[in-house]
Write a protein that binds this ligand. Structure first.
Ligand code: 5AD
Ligand code: SF4
Length: 464
């Protein structure tokens, strides 16, 4: 790996604020990787930053409004900084709101110098140079700043640095697939992230090796539809996610693998068998179903029924009996009546989740769902969300309590708040608190669980 020497006199600061999903977290890290060779070090506050990037989310309502109010605060900081020291601050809006709103952001918030979508961040150096020219001499400013909401995603992955300076912990995200062709009628992702694209397997394997070289032990593979992965393999054929997982698990130093987010339609035999055959693949699966009602599943364009989902869960549990399931649910999709909602509650009771996320339906401009009649009243959505969350909470507590007395492999990730305490992760993503020597950081040790709450476990290290 060649590292470019950075002149300390030339060190600049970038503050990146990330909203939304794990893919945005990954994208923010990769932006930092792209900026590092230009001398940018990451800062954890915007006050003294030369460059501020807001990496935004558009999945639910009010996301754009949050961005505009944050931009109001940034404008004040920028004015104060320029008045005090004369130093400039370049302001960029990235991510899915940038993709969806484009030039509208610059029109509404003139403080913004650069707007770029999720497919364009590899071009940051050139966008910053253009914006700085515009800031230094406003007559040079083309239009109202720099706008880049182009795809195609594949160019981005080819252009990103191979090293992963931004990976500093024991766990890391790795995007293998981006975009979505499913067009669920509630979802903006096919519009903000574009058509589905899978990275070639070799480029994923190279990045995984770069992560391991930085000390990473657990990798979570990311994609909006990660199990639709079909990247070109070393043999020139398309590889499934299951095949890719086998190859990743064979890399020395890759101890744990996870993937998210999956669609039930894409759980093929390769992937289900990988849960049976690959030790490094953790027995925890986030497999959103969204609703338990056939009528609503159809209206959502999910392309499967509840019985097909139950049959799928049976196959997965046959392959890996100790697997824990997680999911996403939407209540109050247009047309959802009490019976439909009861079907969702029934599905949750039948499947049993280790953890899950649930949301009130929020109509997204431009999606088919937003144009449907029979939008559900807000108070009904609230009622249903409360009932569903109470059930999911009960299941999560029950699942965590079922760990008491069991011995689990725990990857020790960080020091705890108390003297002599460490915090690690179970295979099921539960945080585990225990007393252990800090020298064990980064190791996976066996821990017998002694107590459990909704959010974490407590245990004792098993002495050999
Ligand atoms: N309204 C509410 N929830 C949504 N999600 C996606 N779009 C919407 C929407 N319009 C939820 C889904 C998805 C998760 C990431 O966000 O449950 O799986
Ligand atoms: Fe938000 Fe979805 Fe975009 Fe992720 S992909 S940033 S959740 S809109």
């Amino acid at each position: 790996m060649t590292e470019q020497p950075i002149d300390p006199q030339n060190t600049k600061k970038v503050f990146i604020k990330t909203y939304g999903c794990q893919m945005n977290v990954y994208d923010s890290e990769r932006m930092a990787d792209v900026l590092a060779p230009l001398g940018y070090a990451e800062s954890d506050a915007p006050d003294d930053a030369d460059l501020v990037i807001l990496n935004t989310c558009h999945i639910r309502e009010k996301a754009a409004e949050k961005v505009y109010s944050e931009l109001g605060r940034i404008r004040q900081l920028k004015t104060a900084r320029e008045a005090e020291s004369g130093d400039k601050m370049t302001v960029a809006v990235a991510g899915c709101v940038a993709q969806a709103e484009g030039a509208e952001i610059m029109r509404r918030a003139p403080v913004v110098d650069i707007v770029f979508g999720p497919g364009a961040y590899h071009k940051l150096p050139e966008m910053i140079a253009r914006a700085e020219r515009g800031n230094a001499d406003p007559t040079q400013r083309q239009g109202r700043g720099v706008l880049n909401t182009e795809f195609p995603i594949e160019d981005k992955f080819d252009a990103l640095p191979i090293n992963r300076e931004s990976a500093t912990g024991l766990t890391a995200f790795l995007t293998v697939q981006e975009g979505c062709d499913k067009f669920c009628t509630f979802c903006v992702v096919p519009y903000t992230r574009g058509a589905e694209f899978s990275r070639p397997a070799q480029s994923v394997l190279d990045e995984a090796k770069a992560l391991v070289a930085r000390g990473v032990k657990e990798i979570t593979l990311l994609g909006q539809n990660v199990n639709a992965y079909h990247g070109e393999g070393a043999d020139g054929k398309d590889w499934s996610l299951g095949r890719l997982i086998h190859a990743l698990a064979a890399i020395d130093g890759v101890e744990r693998l996870r993937y998210t987010t999956s669609h039930p339609r894409d759980m093929d035999d390769d992937l289900i068998n990988a849960h049976r055959d690959v030790d490094a693949l953790m027995p925890y699966l986030h497999l959103p179903v969204q609703s338990g009602s056939n009528r609503i599943l159809d209206a959502m364009n999910r392309k499967h029924t509840r019985d097909e989902y139950f049959a799928l869960i049976d196959r997965i549990r046959d392959a890996r009996p100790d697997i824990a399931l997680s999911g996403d649910f939407i209540v109050g999709f247009p047309g959802e009546n009490d019976r439909d909602f009861e079907d969702t509650m029934d599905l949750v009771r039948r499947v049993g989740y280790g953890s899950a996320f649930s949301f009130k339906y929020s109509p997204r401009p431009g999606t088919p769902g937003a144009a449907l009649e029979w939008q559900v009243e807000e108070h009904k959505k609230d009622e249903r969300l409360q009932a569903l969350q109470a059930l999911l909470r009960e299941q999560q507590i029950g699942f965590n309590k079922s760990m008491i007395g069991k011995t689990l492999p725990v990857l020790l990730e960080r020091e705890g708040r108390h003297q002599g305490q460490m915090v690690g992760r179970s295979p099921y993503l539960q945080a585990v608190h225990l007393d252990a020597d800090h020298a064990l950081l980064g190791q996976t040790i066996h821990v017998t669980v002694t107590d459990a709450t909704q959010n974490s476990l407590t245990g004792k290290a098993v002495l050999k």
